[in-house]
Design a protein around this ligand. Structure first.
Ligand code: AVI
Length: 324
């Protein structure tokens, strides 16, 4: 307990480092090489992601914020009781604040952020400085661990938010499993608000993931620095290029790191000597884009009841509110 308005729980003290070495060993030691996007977010990666969000090409953040502003008047009719705000993933504090502002009619606002990164401590302390009637319970764990914790928590209603189209980074199978977990953590009457990016012109999508200031390129390459630092590897970042393309058939941006020439890299803690051919790709991220009907089917299949979907004027991004 840090102070009476702020406490943290680490329900499942995860051994991240061991998992990292093992996962990298198995995902790079195969023909189609892969680094999970969850490894992007060390301190430097999280800061680069914040920078991506303010590039002129990366429309999702500012578009979602514009829709959240619209919710100021339009969400309260769905809040028939006192709700605790539960956030999956550390959101940009702008978005969290817009939602906390909607809950201000309550005597006491409770905020429960769930994030694997201890960075949530920094943003929580800042929020407490700015809001008088706020209590924060930070859960430092995976989404799964946090959702399990929520099941054991008290009877107050939850408004669970999952913003930024982070859902789009899951494979369809993992996404479905995730929605099932959210559903099973909810009590009847709880609400779930999910932000999802929509299908649009290829040019808009590709420049959002390959901005002219090269911030996204740095973000992508940073995962190699992280492997160098944490797993004792010798990746030379000058030997790789950021590559992002929109796959229209599968409706997703695909990000890769492309090897500029034949090379070999030692990853000591993963016991791996990685051999790469010229132009060989290491896949680092999928970012799926959706049509409205697909979003509704997805949520319906997981058992949710749709309350409302909000869009921006250009129909670039969506926020859907569902209940159990
Ligand atoms: C966090 N996630 C939703 C971002 C996205 O758009 O898929 C990550 C990102 N990758 C490159 N730019 C942003």
């Amino acid at each position: 307990v840090v102070d009476s308005n702020l406490q943290y729980f680490k329900p499942h003290a995860t051994q991240i480092e061991k998992t990292f070495a093992e996962e990298i060993s198995s995902s790079l030691n195969r023909n189609s090489k892969f680094i999970s996007p969850k490894f992007f977010y060390d301190k430097n990666g999280s800061e680069l992601f914040e920078k991506i969000c303010s590039t002129s090409e990366y429309y999702p953040t500012r578009t979602e914020i514009s829709i959240l502003k619209q919710l100021k008047n339009e969400l309260p009719p769905f809040l028939d009781d006192d709700f605790r705000l539960v956030e999956l993933g550390s959101g940009s504090s702008v978005k969290t604040r817009l939602l906390l502002d909607i809950l201000t009619s309550q005597k006491n606002i409770e905020y429960l952020p769930i994030d694997i990164s201890e960075i949530l401590a920094e943003s929580s302390e800042q929020l407490l400085r700015d809001y008088d009637n706020l209590t924060i319970t930070g859960i430092i764990d995976t989404y799964e661990g946090g959702l399990e914790f929520l099941k054991t928590y008290d009877k107050k209603k939850n408004l669970i938010i999952f913003l930024g189209s982070s859902y789009g980074n899951f494979s369809p199978i993992d996404g479905y499993k995730f929605l099932e977990k959210v559903y099973s953590a909810m009590k009847p009457g709880d609400l779930f608000l999910i932000g999802l990016d929509l299908v649009k012109e290829k040019e808009i999508l590709e420049s959002a993931y390959d901005d002219s200031q090269k911030v996204t390129a740095k973000f992508n390459l940073n995962v190699l620095s992280r492997i160098n630092d944490e797993l004792d590897a010798d990746f030379d970042l000058n030997n790789f290029l950021h590559h992002a393309i929109y796959n229209e058939k599968d409706q997703r941006i695909e990000m890769y790191l492309k090897s500029i020439h034949d090379q070999s890299v030692i990853i000591s803690k993963s016991n791996l000597e990685l051999k790469l051919k010229k132009d060989e790709l290491i896949h680092t991220e999928y970012s799926h884009k959706y049509r409205l009907s697909e979003i509704h089917d997805l949520l319906d299949d997981a058992g949710f009841e749709l309350k409302h979907t909000w869009l921006d004027e250009k129909k670039h991004f969506s926020l859907s509110l569902v209940t159990k």
